[in-house]
Design a protein around this ligand. Structure first.
Ligand code: NAD
Length: 301
């Protein structure tokens, strides 16, 4: 079994980005600028946002955090988004999900201009990705494709079973893997909570992408020898540690790793790749402002 090391892979991507930013600084140009909107005080969301802001600093990006009250109205939030849409000093921005229940997430995501939608959640970006036009690919699926590429894991002709069909992970990664492209050409099965006898499908998989939020859903008896495992799940399990919890994925790592050829750990796997992809998207958004059309075509997936 070989570990798919998200920490190491994300670090080399960040290094590449930093070199580009250093070159930008030498030319005395402004550096890429990512803004992030956080609504409310969820500790998990704060951790995710802080990691993103910290990573911006590491690569030399400018970052701005807008921390808004949890009882902000939907219209007030959209007004803040419009400010960012119209602010030429900001290349891309994200709205950390989930949002409080009184806010319609779809309406909020639709209000982000697609050119600054570095999370790739806007239907314009999702639609362009579907038909193979240059687009911002959602950070987690992009990170999964990138880690597979960097470990030379072939997807062509393989059977990939994706478990979970969210708009931000399961559905887009199932499309990317099935596309006629370098990191695609797989035969994809998309499973979800209505799938009967999940094990029938996972046992046939050469590659399993688990994105359900169900701790230890994928167990050793559900996978074949030599399987490649990408564990997207991030689940908090309460314990007696100082922090009060530890993180596990959707896969029973201890036992499944014994049968797998490659596996991502949790933590230290897909989560870090997600942040690295967000930085790549932000850099592409910045560069698109300087080299519009052909640059986008060459640099977005
Ligand atoms: P979600 O919570 O929106 O949806 C879960 C999906 O899993 C649904 O499509 C559902 O049909 C499916 N599902 C639930 N139970 C199932 C079962 N028993 N069998 C088969 N399918 C089942 O999904 P999400 O937002 O993609 O998040 C999934 C997990 O990934 C969560 O743990 C989340 O924290 C994590 N996540 C991690 C990253 C990262 O960067 N690593 C990014 C996004 C989400």
């Amino acid at each position: 079994m070989q570990l798919l090391d998200g920490k190491k892979t994300a670090a080399s991507i960040k290094d590449e980005i930093k070199q580009t930013v250093d070159a930008i600084k030498l030319q005395k140009k402004r550096v890429p600028h990512l803004a992030a909107i956080l609504v409310g005080d969820s500790t998990a969301s704060k951790t995710y946002i802080n990691n993103k802001i910290k990573s911006c600093k590491e690569v030399g990006f400018k970052s701005t955090l807008l921390h808004l009250e949890k009882d902000i109205t939907e219209n007030e939030l959209i007004a803040q988004i419009n400010n960012l849409n119209n602010d030429n000093s900001i290349d891309g921005f994200i709205v950390q999900l989930p949002l409080p229940k009184h806010i319609n997430e779809e309406r909020v995501l639709l209000s982000i201009t697609p050119e600054k939608d570095v999370d790739g959640f806007h239907p314009i970006n999702l639609g362009k990705m579907m038909i193979g036009l240059p687009a911002f690919i959602s950070a987690t699926p992009k990170g999964i494709v990138e880690i597979l590429k960097r470990y030379n894991i072939q997807t062509s002709g393989k059977h990939c079973v994706v478990v979970g069909r969210s708009n931000i992970v399961g559905t887009p990664i199932s499309i990317l893997l099935g596309k006629k492209s370098e990191a695609g050409n797989a035969t994809v099965t998309l499973c979800h909570s209505h799938t009967k006898d999940l094990k029938t499908y996972t046992l046939q998989a050469d590659i399993i992408i688990a994105a359900t939020g169900k701790p230890n859903l994928i167990t050793a008896d559900m996978v074949k020898d030599g399987v490649v495992i990408i564990d997207v799940g991030i689940n908090r399990i309460d314990d007696n540690s100082e922090r009060g919890y530890h993180l596990v994925g959707d896969v029973d790592f201890k036992n499944v790793s014994k049968k797998s050829s490659y596996i991502t750990p949790v933590p230290g796997g897909v989560g870090l790749m997600t942040v690295a992809s967000l930085l790549q998207n932000t850099l592409a958004a910045y560069q698109a402002a300087y080299y519009p059309k052909d640059f986008i075509e060459e640099n977005l997936l």
